[in-house]
Design a protein around this ligand. Structure first.
Ligand code: NDP
Length: 457
């Protein structure tokens, strides 16, 4: 069996990779566990030095890594370079702050000495998606290694080149052998890996369906999981919003990574009064984005990551039009050459409860416009979802916006007058079917540690 990477701009096979046999997988698990027995003894200072080497290595190789992403999943080069720089920043962040995040916390009790100590779990399995093939991995890898864990990566089957080069980056940055290894396996093999006694926990970023399956398997074995799943982030535009700025942020967020981001803006909830003008500005800005070859400098949107995902998206658009939505931009597969995965930036207006897009996640460059009577109605539509990853509200009244973000919107990351984005310094994650647990910040590094009580009488 082989895993292959296919260029989504033209459908051509780039390379085939041999899948790991069952014995190979078991050997890698054992090797990584063995590496962990030594890695956990390393001082914070040693781990931090290696993470800084890794950051430098990433920065040095950023152009080569961006080319790999452009080839395997269609990300425009400039976005690929930015992604690698962000990976370097998360390595530096945990190198600089990890020691403090993991320091013993003394608690006064009746003991002569009592404190909390953060001890690594061991080998953690990371199941990762193709949309940010480096960033999704590094936001687990950097805190994971800093905390003294070791990692096994089961990357998405369409980005095997990225998976292997991440292993190589760790190795060539001076980390001991096998602290981070890639398993070249398909998703059907994952349950056996989770079941291995030396695998202590699992983190998954991907669809809600995949999250449920992995959580089921891990749950029967009582292994901890962190799940970062889908979202259908609502962006509310209130009557007093700066429409020009709001429209730009909304377009940027909807089209980030060609619309294939868990925290992309997906539902635009417009309060009566600004609807017409907002849609005019929004459409104008959507039309300014250039779809094309990810290797060309001016390209904003490359192809989607896979032709099957583009086809699914197109079907979603058609079924919503059939259900009464109005397509005011795009809605077509553009006439590029070859078996490509391109899709036009698209706007559907008149989305209402009962239409498929009101409920489903739309993972591509398609914006959904929903009308609201007033602020309260907009908030209730925003929360009328099974998801709860990010949300944003646009208003000139910062304190009213803050109150909506803090107490009214049911999501893990709520932003005012800004698009939702991840930042190593802030926790990232969702509620409801968007998953549980947190990545990044101090909260992320504490997910895969034994928060141990030590009590000395
Ligand atoms: P998946 O969720 O299927 O894939 C993500 C990762 O999970 C991949 O490594 C995949 O492996 C693995 N996986 C899938 N099913 C299982 C399983 N049953 N057990 C163990 N591992 C599994 O994403 P798709 O590529 O199919 O994309 C489909 C949809 O998922 C998108 O349209 C979007 O809605 C959502 N998605 C969300 C992302 C996010 O950032 N939250 C990222 C990517 C997708 P393999 O590739 O081998 O199947």
């Amino acid at each position: 069996m082989s895993i292959q990477s296919i260029n989504p701009a033209n459908g051509k096979v780039i390379k085939k990779y041999k899948e790991d046999s069952e014995q190979n997988v078991t050997r890698k698990i054992e090797q990584t566990h063995k590496a962990w027995l030594k890695w956990r003894e390393k001082s914070f200072a040693e781990r931090a030095t290696l993470l800084k080497n890794l950051a430098a290595n990433l920065k040095q190789r950023k152009d080569e890594l961006a080319v790999l992403m452009a080839n395997e999943m269609g990300k425009p080069l400039k976005d690929g370079v930015a992604e690698i720089e962000k990976c370097a920043s998360v390595c530096e962040y945990y190198a600089n702050n990890g020691t403090q995040f993991l320091a013993d916390e003394v608690v006064e009790t009746d003991a002569s000495k009592s404190y909390v100590s953060f001890q690594p779990f061991g080998v953690v399995l990371a199941i990762m998606p193709w949309n940010f093939p480096f960033w999704q991995v590094f936001r687990f890898l950097a805190p994971g290694l800093m905390a003294g864990n070791c990692g096994l990566l089961k990357h998405a089957s369409n980005v095997p080149g990225c998976a292997l080069i991440i292993e190589d980056l760790v190795k060539t940055s001076g980390f001991p052998d096998n602290v981070f290894q890639t398993l070249m396996i398909g998703s059907k093999e994952v349950n056996k890996v989770i079941a291995h006694p030396l695998v202590k926990a699992v983190t998954l970023t991907g669809s809600t369906e995949a999250g449920i399956k992995v959580a089921q398997q891990a749950g029967t074995l009582l292994k901890k999981t962190v799940l970062e799943l889908g979202g259908s982030d609502p962006y509310i535009v209130l009557e007093d919003a700066d429409l020009e700025e709001a429209a730009q942020a909304c377009v940027n967020s909807r089209l980030i990574n060609n619309g294939q981001s868990c925290v992309a803006a997906k539902r635009f909830i417009l309060v009566k009064g600004i609807e017409k003008e907002f849609i005019r500005l929004f459409k104008e800005k959507m039309m300014q984005k250039k779809v094309g070859d990810p290797f060309e400098a001016g390209t904003d949107l490359g192809p989607m990551a896979r032709a099957d995902l583009r086809d699914e998206l197109h079907q979603q658009v058609l079924s919503n039009i059939k259900a009464g939505a109005k397509c005011i931009l795009g809605g077509n597969i553009p006439p590029f050459k070859g078996t490509h995965a391109y899709y036009e930036p698209t706007i559907l207006t008149g989305i209402k409860k009962g239409m498929p897009a009101y409920e489903e996640e739309i993972f591509g460059p398609v914006a959904l416009i929903i009308s609201a009577r007033d602020t309260e109605h907009a908030i209730s539509i925003a929360n009328d979802t099974v998801f709860g990853l990010g949300a944003a509200v646009f208003t000139k009244n910062n304190s009213a916006g803050e109150e909506i973000a803090r107490t009214k919107l049911q999501a893990g990351c709520c932003f005012v007058n800004s698009l939702v984005k991840s930042d190593p310094r802030l926790p990232f994650g969702g509620v409801n079917q968007s998953g549980y647990g947190r990545e990044l910040s101090i909260y992320g590094i504490h997910e895969f540690v034994n928060i141990k009580t030590v009590y000395v009488k």
